[in-house]
Ligand binder design. Structure first.
Ligand code: ADE
Length: 252
């Protein structure tokens, strides 16, 4: 449908993309979603679709599933971009919500348990020091502007930097600083890239599990806080979905 027309009618279908099972399952319960049986995805992929109707919204929640060889959550940009591409093709959502945990920078005002709405996404591990390719590597994309949503819910706002590592090299750190990011994840900019190609509005909700510029080792702090911060994330996503219900894109 014409994007002008889409803007004028209430949002009817949302696609929620969540990389980790711990983050996804409480929302599956909350929205009373059912696991898809005859999958819309090829039989070879581990991606899982949960779907249902919640407050008049058709919700598709996609979790990229467990890596087929190693049995851990398929985190990172490759799975994220593939599932986003396939989901947009199959489900034609009005809006994408990428929800997940993130590292936060205390120097930029982030604390453990904070939930951020993202204003802009970029990559920090695609360094191509050749004119114009450098900008392509950074791949900066605006998230959809949602001033009313931001006002209504008590969320912080900040820029997101994405890379395929949980830890942070010195080079990553310099790029994250250049991206002016407050939060750091492993999927957002990849999802933003696909959303931008297909002109599907996308918002990013990121909850802070670890302080990247703090004293504690990242992996330890992340695992320690994953369950409690996932609960805060899920509460925020529920509030976002409740706010979206009955509204048009331009009202967010
Ligand atoms: N997800 C949670 N914490 C993260 C971090 N420090 N870096 C990337 N992704 C994360």
């Amino acid at each position: 449908m014409d994007s002008q027309l889409l803007n004028q009618r209430p949002i009817s279908s949302i696609l929620i993309i969540i990389a980790m099972q711990t983050e996804a399952l409480p929302l599956v319960d909350k929205f009373q979603l059912r696991e898809d049986v005859g999958s819309v995805f090829p039989k070879e992929v581990p991606w899982v679709r949960y779907h249902g109707i919640y407050k008049h919204l058709e919700i598709n929640l996609i979790w990229p599933g467990k890596d087929l060889a190693l049995g851990v959550d398929s985190v990172g940009t490759i799975s994220a971009s593939l599932v986003t591409y396939a989901s947009v093709q199959a489900l034609q959502p009005d809006l994408i919500i990428n929800a997940g945990t993130a590292g936060g920078f205390k120097a930029k005002g982030a604390s453990i348990g904070d939930v951020f709405l993202v204003s802009e996404c970029a990559f920090h591990d695609r360094r191509i020091p050749i004119p114009v390719f450098d900008l392509y590597g950074v791949g900066s994309k605006q998230a959809m502007s949602t001033p009313n949503l931001l006002k209504e819910l008590d969320l912080k706002i900040g820029k997101l930097s994405t890379g395929d590592s949980l830890d942070m090299s010195a080079q990553d750190e310099a790029s994250i600083l250049a991206n002016d990011a407050t939060v750091k994840d492993m999927e957002g900019a990849a999802i933003a890239y696909v959303a931008d190609i297909f002109k599907v509005p996308a918002i990013f909700v990121k909850a802070v599990t670890d302080i990247v510029d703090g004293e504690k080792p990242t992996a330890e702090e992340f695992l320690q806080n994953l369950a409690t911060v996932s609960a805060a994330l899920d509460q925020a996503v529920t509030q976002v979905v409740n706010f979206i219900s009955g509204k048009c894109i331009h009202e967010l």
